[in-house]
Design a protein around this ligand. Structure first.
Ligand code: SF4
Length: 170
């Protein structure tokens, strides 16, 4: 039987992929269970949006293999709902990771990212380039999270809305 920690690690891999592209320090802090997410207004807004968007969808928060959580599985597609497209690359790679994971299980899907506030969407396909990119990303996550100290804080636009702001800059 797989040990609990390795199951949890896989379960949170989608978020880790996202954080890798947002901020490597954030990824490291999250991987060490240092979390302040529920105190962040932006995170709360994202959760509210997630709850109230697409009420007709019946399959929401689908947990696959007890490992990865996918927002909505609709028309055979994997769908993520995001508050804004500011972190587009991070959002894309998170969904690509889900598609990659499902492919390992012999399931082929397309990905959709919905930005309901902006009334737009991104349709994604797991290409060979994306597969290579996700493999490299998984290796990098392993390398960063194995470090004993966090990557240094680098000021960037998103810091102000990051749940770790006080921790990094307070
Ligand atoms: S506050 Fe900025 S540097 Fe600190 S974890 Fe968040 S994004 Fe990274």
């Amino acid at each position: 039987m797989e040990d609990i920690q390795s199951i949890l690690d896989l379960r949170f891999q989608g978020i880790k992929i996202n954080y890798l592209y947002v901020c490597k320090r954030k990824l490291w802090l999250f991987s060490k269970n240092i979390t302040f997410e529920n105190t962040s207004d932006k995170v709360l807004l994202g959760k509210v949006l997630h709850e109230y968007s697409y009420p007709k969808e019946t399959k929401r928060d689908v947990l696959i293999d007890n490992l990865i959580m996918i927002d909505i599985l609709s028309d055979g597609n994997v769908r993520e709902v995001k508050y804004s497209s500011k972190m587009k690359e991070a959002d894309i790679m998170q969904v690509i990771y889900y598609l990659y994971y499902l492919k390992q299980k012999g399931i082929k899907k397309h990905g959709i990212i919905n930005y309901p506030k902006e009334k737009r969407k991104e349709v994604l396909e797991l290409t060979a380039e994306y597969e290579e990119k996700i493999k490299k990303a998984l290796k990098e996550i392993e390398e960063i999270t194995a470090r004993t100290t966090p990557p240094p804080a680098k000021k960037q636009k998103i810091c102000k809305s990051c749940a770790y702001y006080e921790f990094c800059w307070g």
